[in-house]
Design a protein around this ligand. Sequence first.
Ligand SMILES: Cc1cc2nc3c(=O)[nH]c(=O)nc-3n(C[C@H](O)[C@H](O)[C@H](O)COP(=O)(O)OP(=O)(O)OC[C@H]3O[C@@H](n4cnc5c(N)ncnc54)[C@H](O)[C@@H]3O)c2cc1C
Length: 493
Amino acid sequence: MKGNAVVVGSGFGGIASALRLRAMGYEVRVFEKLSQIGGRARVFKKSGYIFDAGPTVITAPFLFDELFNLFGKNRKNYVKFVRLDPWYRFYFSSNSMVFDYSDSIEKTKKEISKFDKRDIDGYRKLLKFSEKIFNVGFLKLSTTPFHNFFFMIKQIPVLFVLKSYLTVFKLVSKFIKNEQLRQALSIQPLLLGGNPISTTSIYNLIHFLERKWGVHYAIGGTGKLINALKKLMIEEKIDISTNSSITKILTKGKKVVGVEINNKEKVFADKVIINADPAFTYKNLIKSEYNKKWTKKRIDNLDFSMGLFVIYFGTKIKYPNIAHHTIWMGKRYQSLLNDIFDKKILADDFSLYLHRPTATDKSMAPKGRDCFYVLSPVPNLLSKINWKKKADGYRDKILKALEKTILPDLTKNLDVCFYMTPEDFKNDYQSLNGTGFSISPIFTQSAWFRFHNKSEDFKNLYFAGAGSHPGAGVPGVISSAKVIENIISNEIK
Ligand SMILES: Cc1cc2nc3c(=O)[nH]c(=O)nc-3n(C[C@H](O)[C@H](O)[C@H](O)COP(=O)(O)OP(=O)(O)OC[C@H]3O[C@@H](n4cnc5c(N)ncnc54)[C@H](O)[C@@H]3O)c2cc1C
């Protein structure tokens, strides 16, 4: 055995780190604050419905295969993925137009031609450019440690050629003329906590990433995938403790020596990997006199991602015309994003992401019923919105808008219905400012500028997950565990 390691938090980043360290020969213990593992990918089971709480879109499935392969096992024996088509259905509420963003490029071109034929060529060029970004941003940099400033400096020329100084929306607008298509093709950073109007255009790599590997769904839901990983962890003798909140990181000089659990028990470790929010961790779990870089003041000056308001609901009838993933676009785009991210006000209107897993998988709801969640990006808690007062009204507004457009008679057919607000993200996941995705993926908070995967202040403290490099989203957080593996392998060479 190489020694023992503790992983704090069991989101995808924590699970992937635990598995990678175990494969390297460490004794690994995972401590999770909540009563189940998975973090944002936990599951709510109610009245026969299975609601995935968070991530639903699986891209780059090989990243999961790799985790099983570490132990000579095959992911397919644990959980099945199916490829979706269309990937996303965009519904524009202003004119009821629909754009199916399809797995087939030919079908996508046909859909584009409904809006503007000239954009077919623009889309081809956008994809070509996003392949170039992908080759650097994903293949080269997403699993490379970014804790060396000179390494960052070396990347600047190539990032410049790839126009990383532009935003996602600006880059898409260079290729695409139609306003609605511009919106549909620039909205992806929202699923990672970024405002398309300010997120670095490096995130346009998502277009090519989706084309290369497709958009997948785990049969039984994302929770089934978490269970598959849990089974693997148990088989590989990783010790998992739930209801175990780390209340302190124990330090001795420049070394971390272990963690304190639920203000009581102490567990000592050679390596500590934090999958909890780094902003919360530096602010609350490590004595401030030891934080030279990530001081409270510095953390307060960071730009935080938006919050999420998520309504989980089941319906007594089926809505067979609703695709697995629907993006319901409101009338405003840039000014709505401005309200959410910059002005931090809760607007009367919204754009929504609607998830209907029962479109693919009947097992997610009782017979003859549909399972949904609808997500609205909202300002984070720096907005001072009083969710106790606002939440019910906001829920009703969203459900009414869906009823008027794509889910007729929804109110009458509602079965179970409950929601999560940014307050819940703060309380349940200890996400600073109640964000959905930790700090924003703007250029000045990416790569070297993001929370490093290896602490700047402590020799044996590491970070995996949304707040650290390369960033939020399932592929990102799983890649962060690979970065940690690289760092530790180099340290012990
Ligand atoms: C509603 C929603 C939809 C999304 N949709 C998608 C999608 O479709 N595709 C995609 O790729 N991404 C999606 N994302 C983003 C993606 O889910 C996240 O970026 C990713 O899952 C975060 O993983 P993580 O490893 O950072 O850990 P998290 O999931 O944030 O988990 C961290 C864990 O640490 C625990 N913890 C915190 N503090 C402590 C402590 N002190 N002690 C012990 N444990 C602690 C928390 O309880 C939590 O379980 C979505 C996110 C949300 C919220």
